[in-house]
Design a protein around this ligand. Structure first.
Ligand code: FAD
Length: 394
């Protein structure tokens, strides 16, 4: 009897590093995501509309509170568990994973890292329960990769309030988020500061970016700020310069590396399943050497990505991961992810470009994951500076 096929994308058993309780919790979470979120995902992606019913379902899973146990269910989770959870969410739908990541990583992370205790206590309980949804507005129409140096949005102090002026681009959840963390340069001292702006504040306008070919469910917005007044109490009190903004990004960048792994894992699963089912020339295509070559190349990439992100989270847990490690993980995994989705799509032939077979969505979504949170070039330059001592940004 031939040995049965081994379908696991975790070929080296990285999940064995979790404890039994974590593995059980993850399996339950996966079942819920498959049952509750997956059925909404493709239709929402096709229509490029956000499925608002997903918020309650994601909230019920407690996903937003995991990183901040004092505001969630009170039970701290390991770094490794958070990584695997991120993987699972992306395996089901990268767009909804980005919705959640912007909310709990970028927006809640900015308030948790940059707010004082009163501000944390004011916003985070409702955000952890997803009664309040967050967005993070850093990128500008003229300032993407060079947003630190090129930030044009200004904040002018006027007594107990600040007056914001400028424009932001690509802001995930921006059309409907209740609170948007807006980054702006103080006209007095030239430093970047963070402000929590409520949707509906006079002068704040968010317009959906139409016509995206990737992460279509994510509602990205162009935002204009025209004399938007924000009380001093809503300025993040522990943000003093762009260095503090970069600290939030260094943490979420590691999350994007896990996201890339989730996309690649799903591409592998879909490709392997298709290869053993699709028959040509009287045999499953998975029996052909060149198809096995595609599958094994994807699995090799997935396994290398696992090794890097698992170790990254172990280093994070030990307080030993720096921005350079997160940057290398983001650049490496997103590049490997892009190869994986292309090989997987190729394996599907014509069916690889139809949404019904799912791989087309992952193929397209990978493009956005490759470019955001620092493009491959930007993350390469961060690592390049670290290993040579020379900055090559400009
Ligand atoms: C789907 C999606 C969601 C996003 N969500 C958010 C969000 O929620 N909040 C937010 O603030 N931003 C968000 N972004 C913005 C994202 O972070 C930026 O798109 C990204 O930082 C790149 O900036 P840019 O698009 O302006 O490209 P540019 O900076 O114009 O870069 C264009 C190209 O030039 C390259 N390049 C630039 N400078 C150099 C250099 N010195 N050397 C070599 N190559 C260089 C880049 O790598 C890239 O390939 C999102 C973007 C997307 C696509």
């Amino acid at each position: 009897m031939p040995k049965p096929a081994n379908p696991t994308p975790d070929f080296f058993g990285f999940a064995d590093l979790l404890d039994d309780g974590e593995r059980a919790e993850l399996a339950a979470m996966r079942d819920c995501l498959e049952a509750e979120i997956k059925p909404l995902a493709n239709d929402a992606w096709d229509r490029a509309e956000f499925p608002f019913e997903a918020i309650e379902k994601i909230a019920k899973l407690g996903l937003a509170g995991y990183h901040y146990p004092e505001y969630g269910d009170g039970r701290p989770r390991s770094e490794l568990f958070s990584g695997f959870l991120n993987l699972e969410l992306n395996r089901v739908d990268p767009s909804l994973a980005v919705f959640a990541g912007v909310h709990n990583g970028l927006a809640m992370g900015s308030i948790h890292g940059g707010g004082d205790q009163e501000q944390r206590d004011r916003w985070l309980p409702d955000m952890a329960a997803m009664r309040t949804i967050g967005a993070f507005a850093l990128t500008e129409p003229e300032g993407g990769s060079d947003v630190a140096g090129g930030m044009r949005t200004t904040a002018r102090r006027d007594g107990d309030t600040w007056v914001l002026n400028g424009a932001k681009r690509w802001i995930g959840n921006g059309t409907f988020a209740d609170v948007v963390v807006v980054w702006a340069r103080d006209t007095a001292d030239g430093n970047v500061k963070g402000f929590v702006v409520h949707q509906g504040t006079p002068g704040f306008t968010a317009t959906k970016i139409e016509g995206k070919i990737a992460l279509r469910t994510v509602q990205n917005a162009d935002i204009t700020l025209d004399e938007v007044r924000v009380p001093e109490a809503d300025r993040l009190q522990r943000i003093n310069s762009f260095r503090d903004t970069a600290a939030v990004l260094a943490r979420t960048r590691g999350g994007v590396a896990w996201q890339a792994l989730g996309v690649a894992v799903r591409a592998y699963e879909l490709a392997r399943e298709y290869a053993v089912e699709r028959v040509q020339f009287g045999k499953p295509i998975g029996a052909f050497q060149m198809i096995q070559d595609l599958l094994v190349k994807i699995l090799g990439n997935v396994t290398a990505m696992f090794g890097m992100v698992v170790r990254l989270n172990q280093l994070t847990a030990a307080g030993r991961a720096g921005a350079e490690q997160a940057a290398l993980a983001k650049a490496f995994t997103t590049t490997r992810m892009r190869e994986c989705v292309a090989w997987a799509r190729e394996l599907f032939g014509g069916n690889g470009i139809v949404l019904d077979y799912e791989i087309a969505k992952f193929f397209a979504d990978a493009e956005a994951v490759y470019s955001f949170e620092g493009s491959r070039e930007m993350n390469t330059l961060i690592v390049g500076k670290s290993i040579t001592g020379h900055s090559a940004f400009a």
